[in-house]
Design a protein around this ligand. Structure first.
Ligand code: ADP
Length: 505
């Protein structure tokens, strides 16, 4: 196995920074890449070297395989970490990296292929004895066939894209009359998103939890499970809040799900970090949903309760070293929660927003972790996904973690564009969330009431800061400009006073 001393980080935002930090802790050098839109992003400065890879649109930069491999070669990297999203689950990229004589920090391309095709993954899981969601294990040829299968399974059903991901090409069908149109819609969406329109049918499970198991596998034949993450708080099948452990799992159920997950990973010759997603019913019955063959956004909650640095383990595994994690010693300690802070307006149907981060105050203090990808002065555009940062907390108990998250969310000040901050704060204060009564319909059921009242202090507070900043700028304009050639906006004591003012509810 090649000696690795320098890693190309083929990603942007918070995850690029996260990987660069892990490289440095492993005594590796990191090379960042950046599009024109990201030239001022913090990940660019955090790395030893940074290579421009093209204009803002991802297809011209972060998805450009040739440029990324060339960037790695020209800077003397031995390995490429793809992060999540972009090229992380594209087998041709993993292949191309290997052909260029570089190490792909992820599983073998064959494992990506096997798990990337949802019906093949379902067949493989069935063969490995892992329970799957009832449904077809082959694509259905037409709406008539889909209707036959749906009737056999019983409505409601989900039509899903075989090549699916990100909730695309998925349609919920309540009754036979809706099937034809839903089939066409799912097929069309899948074709546009993945270049393949194949669709299959799954039984739609009523109010399950989304619970997933983190696995790590090394090249020395060991596969371990790092417990579960509860990811039931979703909007349009996209996760918003994650926690570990799940209140729904007893140690015995955790063991059973972990065994299923390691069997699943083992059956495709998995290497590296991966996640097996399950839907969990109220009686403890669980069904394989899919495997993500990469690092996941929500990996930090597992890191906090297991005391494991998953990215550092990825780097070790890629270098052919045995992982430092030992199955026998793995027990979750305390409770961790993650809120995805996105540039979306929760009071306007989570409409993605753009703008300059005029002011950013990051929470800190005991048990608080901020995995951010932007800093004050950066512009948030529509070119990439809306994740600004992940706010993660740890506490001895779930209740302490919730209180800590409330405290941290109230410390956070973002001025310049709407974010999901207020939404998270309201969830932390919502009684059924506090009781842990979660399932994947949580947001549908609770969201409208939660977000119905007008924005209150959580939003008013940043507005107070904006007012203060404007007043500050006006005052600054009246005095000679500072010696620096770049205009900066410095919060003054006056601004802090406004922040305190806004905090008064
Ligand atoms: P994608 O790969 O597009 O993200 P997944 O198969 O991972 O799609 O499903 C995403 C989410 O959709 C799940 O977390 C769950 O909330 C919901 N979902 C998927 N399949 C089912 C099902 N059979 N029954 C109920 N909900 C489902």
């Amino acid at each position: 196995m090649a000696e690795i001393s320098r890693v190309l980080v083929a990603n942007r935002g918070e995850i690029a920074l996260r990987i660069i930090r892990a490289c440095h802790e492993e005594r590796l050098e990191a090379v960042a890449v950046y599009s024109q839109a990201d030239r001022l992003s913090p990940h660019v400065r955090a790395a030893e070297l940074a290579v421009p890879i093209g204009p803002a649109p991802a297809v011209d930069s972060y998805l450009n395989m040739g440029r990324l491999i060339e960037a790695a070669r020209s800077t003397g990297c031995q390995a490429i970490h793809p992060g999540y999203g972009f090229l992380s689950e594209r087998a041709p990229f993993a292949d191309a990296v290997a052909r260029a004589g570089l190490v792909f920090i992820g599983p073998p391309a064959a494992a990506i292929v096997a798990m990337g095709d949802k019906t093949e993954a379902r067949r493989r899981m069935q063969a490995a004895g892992v329970p799957i969601v009832p449904g077809t294990t082959q694509a259905v040829s037409d709406a008539k066939r889909a209707r036959y299968e749906a009737t056999r399974l019983g409505f409601p059903v989900l039509l899903k894209a075989v090549a699916g991901g990100g909730g695309k090409g998925m349609r919920l069908v309540h009754e036979p009359a809706e099937l034809e149109a839903a089939f066409q819609a799912a097929q069309g969406e899948a074709l546009r998103a993945f270049g393949a329109g194949d669709v299959y049918v799954e039984k739609y499970l009523q109010r399950p939890r989304h619970v997933e198991i983190q696995v790590l596998a090394d090249t020395h034949g060991r596969v371990v499970a790092l417990g579960e993450r509860e990811c039931s708080i979703q909007r349009r099948h996209q996760k918003l809040i994650e926690e570990a452990p799940s209140v729904a799992l007893s140690p015995a159920l955790r063991r059973r799900m972990s065994e299923a997950a390691t069997a699943a990973a083992g059956s495709v010759g998995y290497v590296g970090a991966g996640t097996i997603e399950f839907l969990l019913g109220p009686g403890g019955e669980f069904h394989f949903l899919e495997m993500n063959t990469r690092l996941q956004v929500e990996h930090p909650v597992t890191e906090l309760v297991y005391g494991v640095d998953i990215v550092r383990e990825q780097l070790r595994i890629a270098a052919g070293k045995p992982m430092r994690v030992h199955a026998g010693t793995l027990n979750p300690r305390g409770h961790a929660i993650e809120c995805r802070i996105t540039s979306e307006d929760p009071f306007n149907d989570f409409l993605p927003a753009t703008g300059v981060l005029r002011y950013l105050r990051v929470p800190s203090g005991p048990g608080v972790r901020w995995d951010g990808g932007v800093e004050q002065g950066n512009e948030v555009t529509l070119f990439y996904d809306p994740l600004i940062a992940k706010l993660i907390v740890w506490g001895d108990t779930r209740e302490i973690a919730i209180q800590r998250m409330r405290r941290a969310l109230r410390e956070l000040v973002i001025v310049g564009l709407p974010t999901s901050q207020a939404f998270h704060l309201r969830v932390m204060e919502e009684p059924t969330f506090q009781r842990g009564e979660l399932d994947i319909t949580y947001l549908e059921r609770v969201g409208p009431a939660l977000l119905a009242p007008e924005p209150r202090a959580e939003v008013v507070r940043p507005l107070a800061v904006v007012a203060a900043l404007l007043a500050e700028e006006q005052r600054a304009a009246a005095v000679p400009p500072p010696l620096s050639d770049r205009p900066t906006v410095r919060p003054s004591g006056w601004v802090d006073a406004a922040v305190r003012e806004g905090l008064r509810e």
